[in-house]
Design a binder for this molecule. Structure first.
Ligand code: PEP
Length: 253
């Protein structure tokens, strides 16, 4: 039985004070719920990671970064390495988010290097894949996701691959309020799992955690997360409200 995971992607939102208030409010809610079985990962912007880590040390959630450099270290002004993040207690890192693919032109070679950097530095990659709306409308969604999964992850050996969390995020559902139908999510998750079984082994596929992301909220999370093969969610907008995010975490159980 795979444990459910809910990860918050705050993106580039909130002042430091607002971020601290959000975490405090969330921790208060968490502390009232002793039985919560969900693994929770909060991914704030880089400058708030230390603060989030300090709160996490006293609570039950983990802290992830939204990005890492594809380089190990050195003269790369403005970059943040996986090793730096690891050394400050960060455990996870989002890689391949559609916003990074689109606005920062992160293509396959860069994403592969980032996955390698994360694993070499003992960070767990949350590797995002997902098709654009025209690609789904043209019936190319399987082809697109297959290519993303293969190029981003299938160079890994079994041991490394098993550390990765995959997030299926149809790009047309991110921040649009247009959630995938629960059946669409279940179907794509099953497809991704079939690719993993083909490349590695059925047992590996059965153990792989695959999250859904795209306009999840307190109202729809339960329905999506209860689909077969959906192991929780990557939550953007709705993670900026403590009560809503907490409800999503509860619904994931
Ligand atoms: C995301 O950015 O990963 C995401 C799923 O965003 P939203 O929940 O706002 O659609």
């Amino acid at each position: 039985m795979r444990k459910k995971i809910v990860a918050a992607n705050w993106k580039m939102n909130l002042s430091f004070q607002e971020a601290e208030e959000l975490i405090e409010e969330f921790i208060d809610l968490l502390s009232e719920e002793e039985e919560l079985q969900t693994d929770i990962i909060v991914c704030p912007p880089f400058p708030y990671l230390e603060m989030a880590g300090d709160y996490a040390a006293e609570s039950s959630f983990k802290v992830g970064a939204q990005n890492i450099s594809s380089f190990q270290a050195g003269a790369y002004t403005g970059e943040v390495s996986a090793g730096m993040l690891k050394s400050m207690g960060v455990s996870h890192c989002i890689i391949g988010h559609s916003e990074r693919r689109k606005y920062f032109h992160e293509e396959e070679k860069i994403l592969t290097a980032k996955v390698n950097q994360a694993l070499a530095n003992e960070l767990i990659p949350i590797f995002c894949v997902g098709e654009l709306l025209p690609e789904r409308e043209a019936g190319k969604h399987h082809q697109v996701v297959r290519k993303q999964v293969r190029h981003g992850l299938f160079h890994l050996d079994t041991n490394e691959f098993e550390k990765v969390i995959i997030a299926y995020e149809p790009v047309w559902a991110i921040g649009t309020g247009m959630t995938a139908l629960p059946e669409q999510a279940a179907e794509m998750h099953a497809y991704i799992r079939s690719l993993i079984a083909e490349r590695y082994h059925q047992d590996v596929a059965d153990r792989t955690k695959i999250l859904y992301g795209g306009s999840c909220n307190a109202q729809n999370a339960n329905q999506i997360f209860s689909q077969p093969g959906v192991d929780g969610g990557l939550i953007g907008g709705a993670s900026l409200n403590a009560t809503e995010f907490f409800t999503i975490c509860k619904n994931a159980q």
